[in-house]
Design a protein around this ligand. Structure first.
Ligand code: ADP
Ligand code: MG
Length: 728
């Protein structure tokens, strides 16, 4: 019996667990594992509660005494709920989350056990930073890194699996010199800047707005594979994706709806993690749709960006843990299976004011629509001006397999606004210079008094656009499923903040020069539209015509990660980031290097897995099978059944021809990898990996996949696509 058939048997034999939902109402359950506002209200003194609330709202600093009080409250709350340890929970640039657990319990000098958690331990920790990437920000003589409490994201309790719980404190991670080593620190800076810039622009329309909060709803796609089969695929285990595997006879050709119903086993897993997510205050909505065979999606309701990102990171972690319990492996890789949809993480983004306005939602009031058009056009202009940077923010080895393949957005950044909105803007521009006669209705005259209801069935039409307007928010669809959303969000927040600062400056100049406010606004927006028009695209983003058309328009189509990342280093980028204070040029450069390093590492692992599997699993199995065939052929020949032996010999020759090529290609790939490893300069090394080493992957795969069709099904060593994807 092969490892594969054993695994398949185990997978087939699983019974779906009976899940007893918690007895509490969802409303009681929601957030019960978080150190929430309600908990603070009960446990803190009125003074401390007010101070911490202010700190959460406005980012003001927390003094020592308040920190002590919060720490004490957190400790007693956590211990009362069964926690034994605490940790600063942070998001290093490895793309996962990190934690280092410390015990609440300590020994006094005379050996008595006490529970201890000081304010200073809440505010700052010093994890061993040396194992996290720093892109040169941490000199070897100063390996220290610090994590610092982010009070705006509530602390929560994480089950350790073996009974105990840990109090997790969301934190930033910075170097000794205060440079960002994580995603959260620059994200918080970008959010602060965007708030400031957007609030400034709001003053032209609503003077009462004093805070603008960017919002984010993250749609997370993923695949599920049975644990046993997962372990029967060393490539999944090592690189997160299948490097070989012939497409199943029934792939995605059939209508999507075919995969409409979710098996009880998958359903049990979903219900289980959703309850746990709700307890952690993650607002998951029960929505169980299957996209490709074996693929699913989870989309919580939108929240403030910082929270949405923490919650997504936590959700991914949680899904993996609950998956273990249900004998599933959750695959977050962007392209775990060739020839089938990849997975994305659609980022739905908008701006909301403290007065309850969604700045990207058109309304039925003309005056408000001018505000809407202002924010809309500023986003479009920002995306137009920094499309390459936005492209860089979603570049990775995994996403490279997805972009531009099966139903995934192309690597060309374009913006979809929808026909109605585009026509309206076209018309506005065609009106020419604006003159306002006395008594004329400005909005009516310019055709912006009524904005059609855009939300209606927009979604289906714009599935091919990487960045589209969906009625009251923008949706960045090119983001990869395994990515930390902070990476694209830092960029989006920053370029929009920068753009809004420009807008405000020009408005101020025009107003000082005596221009009428509405007229000035429209004049600027008209110019923005003309300047950024070539990024607007309404057609089919998957078509070849678009690739040609985009090239004619001068839009970039950067296919490779190593080229895409370059945008982090340009003067244009550095200027914007230094102006807004989100990242220094050193920090930008570090990020560039870390991403390139990650890219190289991923390809190196994949290449090794491919070589190992091809030779030690495939070729070795195949020659054994060939031997069996040879014996059969010889027996037939001995019986003088020459004609009957011929087709068998034919198969032997067929197999041999593939084996010869595979051996040769693996050898060449290894040589090219060695060459790449010897290249000192990081970009050149990444380029060599991305263009030379990677070039062998599909070629080798082609021959291995052919062999899969030639070898006796019983002998094939790797779990097949149909076994992994169509499991009930
Ligand atoms: P669709 O399924 O058509 O893409 P949904 O209404 O289901 O759209 O929303 C998708 C995601 O967008 C959800 O996570 C939702 O919470 C989020 N979303 C809705 N409104 C906003 C908003 N104003 N800001 C950010 N995200 C939003
Ligand atoms: Mg969507």
């Amino acid at each position: 019996m092969t490892f594969r058939s054993k695994a398949f048997e185990i997978a087939q034999g699983r019974v779906s667990p009976v899940l007893t939902p918690p007895t509490e109402k969802v409303a009681d359950l929601y957030g019960s594992n978080t150190f929430s506002d309600d908990v603070m209200k009960t446990l803190l003194s009125a003074e401390a509660y007010t101070k911490i609330s202010n700190a959460i709202r406005s980012g003001s600093t927390i003094d020592r005494e308040v920190a002590e009080e919060v720490a004490a409250a957190m400790k007693s709350w956590a211990i009362s709920k069964g926690a034994t340890h605490y940790t600063h929970w942070f998001q290093p640039l490895t793309g996962t989350t990190a934690e280092k657990h410390d015990s609440f319990f300590d020994l006094t000098i005379d050996g008595k056990a006490v529970e201890k958690f000081k304010g200073s331990a809440l505010v700052q920790q010093e994890p061993d930073a040396s194992s996290f990437p720093s892109g040169g920000l941490r000199a070897t003589f100063e390996a220290r890194g610090y994590t610092g409490w982010d009070p705006s994201s509530p602390a929560f309790l994480m089950d350790n699996g073996a009974g105990g719980k840990t109090l997790c404190i969301p934190s930033v991670f910075i170097s000794y010199n205060g440079e960002a080593l994580d995603y959260k620190a620059p994200l918080l800076r970008s959010l602060m800047m965007l708030d400031k810039a957007a609030t400034g622009v709001c003053q032209f329309f609503n003077r009462d707005v004093s805070k603008v909060t960017p919002t984010l709803g993250i749609e997370q796609e993923y695949f599920l594979v049975d644990k046993a089969l997962y372990y029967a695929r060393p490539d999944l285990l090592m690189s997160g994706r299948t490097v070989f595997g012939h497409n199943p006879a029934r792939g995605q050709q059939l209508d999507d709806h075919y995969f409409g119903s979710i098996s009880p086993r998958v359903n049990a897993f979903m219900v289980d993690f959703e309850f746990e997510a709700l307890k952690l205050g993650i607002p998951v909505r029960t929505r169980h749709n299957e996209v490709a065979p074996g693929q699913f999606e989870c989309a919580p309701t939108f929240e403030e960006v910082n929270l949405a990102i923490d919650h997504n990171a936590l959700l991914m972690d949680l899904m993996q843990k609950i998956g273990d319990k249900h004998n599933f492996q959750v695959l977050f890789h962007e392209k775990p299976f060739a020839g089938i949809n990849g997975s994305g993480k659609h980022n739905n983004w908008s701006l909301s004011t403290d007065t309850g306005i969604n700045l990207l939602a058109p309304t039925s009031k003309p005056k408000e629509n001018l505000r809407f058009l202002t924010f809309l056009m500023n986003v479009v202009k920002a995306v137009h001006d920094h499309a390459d940077l936005l492209r860089a923010s979603i570049s990775s080895a995994g996403n490279e397999h997805r972009l531009g393949a099966n139903e995934a957005p192309p690597s060309i950044v374009s913006v979809f606004l929808g026909g109605d909105l585009t026509n309206m803007l076209e018309e506005l521009v065609s009106k020419g210079e604006i003159t306002l006669e006395k008594g004329e209705n400005f909005y009516y005259k310019l055709g912006i008094s009524r904005i059609p209801n855009l939300q209606r069935d927009n979604t289906d039409r714009n599935r091919t656009s990487p960045f589209c307007f969906t009625g009251n928010k923008f949706e960045y669809r090119a983001v990869g499923s395994s990515q930390n959303s902070a990476s694209p969000m830092i960029i989006l927040n920053t370029i929009v903040a920068n753009q809004l600062l420009d807008f405000k400056r020009e408005m101020d100049e025009r107003l000082v020069a005596g221009e009428e406010k509405k007229v000035a606004t429209v004049e600027i927006l008209k110019r923005y539209f003309l300047e950024s028009k070539n990024i607007l695209f309404e057609g089919n983003g998957y078509s070849d015509e678009w690739i040609e058309e985009a090239a004619k328009r001068g839009l970039s189509n950067i296919r490779e990660t190593f080229d895409a990342l370059y945008a982090y280093k340009t003067d244009k980028t550095i200027t914007v980031f230094e102006r807004t204070g989100v990242l220094s040029s050193r920090e930008l450069h570090a990020r560039y290097e870390i991403e390139l390093e990650n890219y190289v590492k991923k390809l190196q692992i994949e290449s090794r897995v491919i070589g190992d599997l091809a030779l030690n699993h495939i070729v070795s199995t195949v020659v054994k099978y060939q031997f069996k065939l040879a014996q059969t052929a010889r027996s037939l020949t001995d019986l003088e059944m020459m004609e009957e032996a011929e087709p068998i010999k034919e198969i032997i020759r067929d197999i041999s021809s593939h084996v010869v090529v595979i051996k040769k290609l693996v050898h060449e790939m290894t040589e090219s990898r060695k060459r790449a490893n010897n290249i000192e300069e990081l970009f050149e090394r990444a380029k060599c990996y991305g263009s030379e080493v990677k070039g062998f992957f599909d070629e080798i795969r082609y021959h291995v996949d052919k062999l899969e069709l030639l070898i006796d099904d019983e002998d094939w060593p790797l779990a097949k696509y149909r076994e992994m994807l169509f499991l009930e």
